[in-house]
Design a protein around this ligand. Sequence first.
Ligand code: BGC
Length: 934
Amino acid sequence: MTDGTPRRPVVTGLRVGRRRDVAVAAVPDPSVSWTVEAEPGWVGARAVVRLDGVEERELGPHGVLERWPFAPLAPGSEHRLDVRVDGVDGTASEWSPPLRFVTRFLDAPWSEPFLAHPAPTREAGPFVLRRVVTVPADLVSATLWSTSHGVHQVSINGVDVDDHVLKPGWTSYRDRLTVTGTEVGALLTPGAEDVVTVRVAGGWFTERYGFGETARRHYGEQPAVSLRLELRCADGRMVRVGGDGAWLVDPAPALVQSGLYAGETWDLRLEVDGRGDGSEPWLAAAVHPFPADVQVQAADVEPVRVVDERAPVAVWPNPDGTGTIIDFGQNLVGRLRLRLDAPAGTEVILRHAELLQDGELYTRSLRAASATDRFVADGRGPRWVEPEFTFHGFRYAEVRGVPESVGADDVRAVVLQSALRRTGWFSSSDPTLDRLHENVVWSVRGNTLAIPTDCPQRDERLGWTGDAQVFSAAAASLFDVDACFASWLDDLALEQRAAGGVVPTVVPNPLGSFSEVAAAGWGDAVTMVPDVLRDRYGDLAVVRRHAASMLAWVEACAERADPSGLWERGFQYGDWLDPTVSRPDKARTDPGLVATAFHVHSARLAGAALEEAGDHRGAERARALAEQTSRAFRDAYLTPAGRLMSDTPTAYALVLAFDLAPVGRRTVLAERLAALLRAGGHHLATGFLGTPFVLDALLDHGQERAAERLLFQTACPSWLYPVTQGATTVWERPDAIRPDGSVHPSGMVSLNHCAFGAVADVLHRRIGGLAPAAPGYRRILVRPWFPEALRHASVVHETPFGHAEVAWERVPDGVTVCATIPTGSSAEVRLPDRPVFDIGSGTHRWTVLLPPAERPVALGVDDDLARLIDHRGVGALVSAVLREAEPALAEEFDAYIRWVPGRTLRAELAAVAAPPEVVARIDEGLSSLAVPPR
Ligand code: BGC
C-alpha cells in the first residue's frame, strides 16, 4: 500500500464439503473451507461464517475443512454462505463473495425398485429404458436421482443430463450404492410429454473377476438401474416419477454387448428411431424391489469425465495390410472416437494395447481382457462413434474393417479419469527426471478412475489396497484426491467389517475370500491412506471416521502375530515385485520382518487416530501394541552392531522410515543401506513396500550421494530406465521391458502401475523441498535437496491454504532458493549453510553457500554437453559402444554420467578408465551425430 496502511485481507475459494467442482452439500453438515489472501506474514485471529445472510458463527481462522457450525441443513434447500476474517494485527476482511450452494442428499431411505431387462437374451446384456413423462405445466424445478447395478446415463428428449461417464462409479455393492442427483428442470418442457431414456450396461457390476479359470461374475448376472424424477411445481406439490412398470425396454438396442475388460459391440443399424426397424414392440421393464440392507448415499466424489482428447502422433498400415496402427504417443486410459463412413453392415474392429512387438499390438499382457470394440456401420454417411460404457489402457490402437484407410484426422483418444483437480507440479533441469514425473502424473491419471486401482488395462483394474497405500502420497502431491480416496475408504471400512476386521486386499472386494487375507502393506491402507489425507488436506474427519477400523485391523494383525508381537505366520505378499528377483512374490526381504514393521507403524497411526477421535482407551490399546511389537521387532531383527537379520535395502528403508531402531543406531543402519545399494550398482532393489521409503531413509541420515546415484540411475532396473526406453507411464516392474526389448516373462508387465511412481512425492518433498509439516500444510517444511545432477528445480503446490512454491537454482557459489508460503501457513526452513529458522507467509529468497564438494564439478560450457547428452542421445550412444566393447564399464558409465553431468565426456570416460580404442569409437560416433568430439 502506498499510504503505509496494510492491505485488507481478502477471503477467496469458499466451499462446502471436499469437492471444488460443484457448490453442493451432499450431507446435512458439510465442512466449510476458504483461503485468505493477505499481506506477507498476516496471521488470522478468527473467522465469522454467516448462513443465509442472518445466522453468524465464529470459527478459528484456518478455513480448512472446518466443522459445520450451524444446525443441519434440510435436503433440497438453497443457501448462501459468507465468511470474513480478522487478523491478529487488527486488520479485517470484507465479507467474502457469497457462496451460493444447494443441498443434495436424500430425505428418506432410498427404496426405488431396480428396473431391468424382463427377458435378457445375452449375458450381462446392456439395455435401454424409455418412458414418456407428462411434465406439469407449473413446473418450477426438477431433480433426477439415479443409481445402478452397473453403469448408466439418462437423457431427456435426447440430451444427456450431465457429462458424467460410467456413472455412478464403483462401490461395495453389497453394502453401499451412491445416487447421483442432477438438476434437470432446464431439460423439461412444462406442460409437454417429454421422453426420458436410460442407457444401462453392466460395468463393474457384471464384470467377471478372478484369475484364469476362477473368473466369474461376482455381483450379479444382469445390470439394473434405480431412479426417481422429482418434479416441483409452483403450488408446492411434488410429482415423483419412480421405478414402475411404465418403463419400457428396447427389444433390440444398438449397444449389443458391453464389458469393461471385453469392450463393446454396437450395431449402429439398430439406432434407427432408437428402436430397430420398429417391428418389435418395446417390453415392460422388470421391476425388482430395492434390497433393504444396502445403504444409499448421495454421491460425494468427482465423477469420471472426459479430461483430455488426443490426436495420433503417427498412423500407418499394420504388418499384414488389413488395418491401421495408430500411435497416440502417450499411454493413457480411455477409448477411441472414430470417424466412420462405411456401407451398412460393415464391421469395424478397434483393438488396443500399451505396446507394439514386431509391429503388432502386444496384447498378452492384457490377459483375459480382449479390449476390443466393434461397430457395425449403418451406412448413413460419416459420423463419429465412440464406445460408451467401457475403457481401455493403451498407447496404440489398431482399426480394421474400415473401407478407406484411417487418417490422423479420423481418430482421437478420449482420456477418462475421475475429474480431479490438478494441485502439484514439478520441474527441473533434467528432462529425463521431468519425464519420470510426467509419467507418474499419467499413471495416477489412469489409476484414479472412480476408485484407486492397480492398473487400467488388463483383467484386474481392482482397488488393490496395497497399491493405494503405496501411491496415495504421490497421488496427493499431484491431484486433489481427498474426496475420491475418502469415498473409497468408506467402502474399505464396509468390506473390512464383512471380513471380520481383516482389510481385504482389494476394495471393493469382488474376489471374496481370496482377498480376505491379512497382508501387510495392503491392509495397512486403513491407517496409512487416512494419514495421507490428514497431512495433505487437513482431513481430520476422515481420520476420526476410520479410527475404529484402524484398531480392528491392528487387532487382526495382533491375532496373527506370536505372543511377543512378531507377525511371521500366514500368507504375505511381502515386498512385492522386488526388482532383483523374477518372481513377484519371492522378494528377498523377510516377509515376517516386513509384516512386523508395518504392524508397528499401523498401531502407532491407529493410536494417534483414536486419540483424535476421543477414544482414549482404544488409543492406549493401540499404543501398547505398538510398543510391545516394536520391542519384539528390535529383539528379533536388529543386531547390536546395527545390522538387520534381513540384510536388504527394503528392510533398512522400513526400519529407518518407521522409526524402529534406537536413535544411536540409525546412522550405522543408513550406512549399511547405502553400502547395499552401492554393492548392487545403485539399481532399484526395493519392491512395492520399500520403494516409497528408500530415498527418505537415505536423505534423512546423511546418505545424499547414495540417494542421488539411486535416483539418477538410468540402467535397468531403475526409476529412469523406463524413461530411457520411451516409457510414458510408470511400469509395474521397472524391467517390464528389458534392455534387449523383450517383455519380462513374469506376467507382471502392466505399463501403467503407480507403485514405483511413489517417487514423485519424493521429488516434491525432497528435491523441491516442499513438504507438509502439520495437517493440510498449515505448517510447511522447506528443505530442498540439491542433487549434483541438477542445476535447478521447482515445485508448485496448491495447498488447502493456497499457493505454495519452492524453486532453486545454482549460482557460482551455491544455490538461490525462493519459497512462497500461503497466507495462514508458516514454514520451518532447513538449508545446509545455516541453523533452522521459521518464516511466515509471503515470498522469501535466500542464497545458500554450498561447500565446494557439493557444487557441481563444472558449470558453463560443459552444461551444453550435459544437455546434448540428455537431448541427443550422446550418452546412449556412448553407453551402447561401451556395452558392446566393455560391458562392465557400460554399467559404471551409465551410473556415472547420470550423476555428474557437468563433467566433460573425456573426463567421464577417464573416470571409468575407458580404453583408448573405445574412446576412438565414441569420437567417431559423436562426429556422425555432428557433436564436436571432446
Ligand atoms: C496387482 C498388484 C497387486 C498385486 C497383489 C497384482 O496382480 O496388479 O498391483 O497389488 O496383484 O500382490
